[in-house]
Design a protein around this ligand. Structure first.
Ligand code: GLU
Length: 520
């Protein structure tokens, strides 16, 4: 049987990063097995439909390099790929179940169901429409046949519910968890179809997986409780032979480890839980995305791949070379190494620092030119009109200090604009009495020696500072203070060489004037 997998999101909002991981695992599995990857939009619940969500999902996965062979945006031989476009197709399957005695009509009105729920609540119980309660409800199991016909003919709203056999054990074989068995007494008779002609998720999902010849269902753990119903539906339809294999992925957990990772955790701890920025079309509420925060798609893919999966011993032979390589894996390597057996059963804790580390590593692989393209708009925003070659050079110098391109202005603005103030703490610590004389000497040296690294190093550090037994830390940090405004940045002489002789001298001169001579 050919491997065919699907990613089947509901367009109810921006795609959660956990959903992205589900798509990624499906993709890795499909590619590894020369199979097909399908994007199916599950929009049967029209009350939860959010405009723009489908486009968001497509754009996000495309950004990450998770490609499809068939889908709502591509077409294919098994379409349509949007469930609302498949609406006319589902009724016959609901009827097939009704005829086979696997389903029944239910006419209970919402207020009647509510009353049942309240009644149960008062007894500290939970009402469930199931084999224990259905005999006392308004449905085709309890009403005479002609009454059922009359109600349907008169247009009374109904739903079709699955009829779980009483007291049987249903086993779901899960590729990650092994056999999971549940007794039908505990399962509710889920609604499969409504009189408006719309199927629910459960019916549409099974019918579509069957018709689309899906071989493996790889999805989030939250669907495990529905899996016994799904297995029973395959049985009821007589499709057991071609039933897909199931793999339910562990949850993505909060950094602290307890509970599912939520948007609120992201807001609280300052990291995105969505791939792209998103603005809720109704409330205007904004959610930030990995892309806009400066994450590289390769970094997000690599990080997500390892949240819940590990390559096992697959890369052991490389660990002697560089232990970091064990964690850094390109999409192609992931496709080679991925295996469902190495997906963990327990939830995976999200780690913000690790996410940043991945981005740092992948940023180092980007060219200085690329980084300059990210920096140029930032410079423009700050009113700086810089030569591209110069920006490229600065990017080359600063890259290893960065996790995100967005940090460039913060970390490298002094290559473009002179400091207007000097960090008072650094001044107090470094700018000691006699410093104006030392800085005047720096200017003199820069004016006299050839403007290149070794000459400056020799004249300033060896001859002037060491030769006169002066305090190296104080003088060099004061020079840095004059040029940068505080005591950060790359190697001092390289910095001087980069910003140039005239500019350096101007800045030192200005510091002498502004900070001035300190009295002891
Ligand atoms: N539409 C479901 C979701 O949004 C898909 C579940 C499944 O893959 O079966 O997660």
């Amino acid at each position: 049987m050919k491997v065919r997998v699907r990613f089947a999101p509901s367009p109810t909002g921006p795609l959660h990063i956990g959903g992205v991981r589900t798509a990624l695992y499906n993709y890795l599995f499909a590619r590894q097995n020369g199979g097909d990857m399908i994007l199916r939009i599950e929009d049967t619940d029209q009350t939860r439909f959010v405009p723009g969500a489908e486009q968001y999902i497509i754009e996000a996965l495309d950004w990450l390099g998770i490609k499809f062979d068939e889908g709502v945006h591509l077409g294919g031989n098994y379409g349509p790929y949007r469930q609302s476009d498949r609406k006319p197709l589902y009724r016959q399957y609901a009827e097939q179940l009704l005829e086979g005695g696997w389903a029944y009509y239910a006419f209970d009105r919402p207020e009647e169901l509510d009353a049942k729920r309240k009644e149960a609540e008062a007894q500290k119980k939970v009402f469930q429409y199931d084999c224990n309660t259905r005999g006392a409800m308004v449905n085709s199991l309890t009403l005479p046949a002609d009454e059922v016909e009359r109600r349907i003919a008169s247009g009374e709203p109904y739903v079709v519910r699955f009829k779980f056999p009483e007291n049987i054990d249903i086993t779901v074989h899960d590729l990650i968890r092994g056999d999971v068995t549940m007794n039908s007494r505990l399962l509710d008779d889920k609604v499969l179809f409504k009189s408006d002609g719309m199927p629910t998720y459960h019916l549409a999902n099974i019918v579509d997986d069957h018709l689309m010849e899906v071989s493996h269902v790889i999805r989030g753990e939250e669907w495990l409780p529905s899996a016994p119903l799904h297995v029973m539906l395959y049985k009821a339809f007589g499709w057991e032979e071609t039933m897909p294999q199931f793999a339910h992925l562990p949850l993505l957990l909060k950094p602290e480890g307890n509970g599912k990772l939520s948007k609120r955790d992201g807001d609280r701890l300052g990291f995105p839980v969505f791939p792209l920025d998103w603005v809720n079309p109704e409330t205007g509420e904004k959610s930030s995305g990995y892309r806009e925060q400066g994450y590289l798609p390769q970094a997000v893919v690599n990080m997500l791949a390892l949240l819940g999966w590990n390559p096992g011993s697959g890369v052991d032979d490389r660990s002697g070379v560089n232990p970091r390589l064990q964690e850094l894996m390109s999409m192609d390597e992931l496709i080679k190494l991925f295996s469902i057996e190495h997906i963990s059963k327990s939830g995976a804790r999200f780690n913000v620092e690790k996410a940043k580390w991945f981005n740092h590593e992948y940023l180092q692989q980007m060219s200085d030119e690329w980084l300059a393209d990210q920096f140029l708009p930032q410079l423009k925003e700050h009113g700086v009109d810089a030569e591209r070659d110069y920006v490229v050079k600065v990017c080359g110098m600063m890259k290893e200090r960065l996790n995100f391109p967005q940090e460039l202005w913060d970390q490298a603005h002094y290559f473009f604009v002179a400091p207007t103030e000097y960090d008072p703490k650094a001044v107090a610590k470094r700018w000691k009495p006699g410093m104006t004389t030392h800085m005047a000497k720096v200017i003199e040296i820069l004016n006299t020696v050839p403007f290149e690294h070794d000459a400056i190093h020799h004249a300033l550090l060896d001859e002037y500072i060491l030769g006169n037994q002066l305090n190296m830390g104080q003088i060099m940090n004061s020079l840095r203070l004059a040029v940068v405004g505080n005591t950060v940045g790359p190697d001092m002489i390289t910095l001087v060489l980069t910003i140039g002789k005239e500019e350096t001298i101007r800045r030192v001169q200005r510091a002498i004037e502004v900070i001035g001579e300190i009295e002891n």
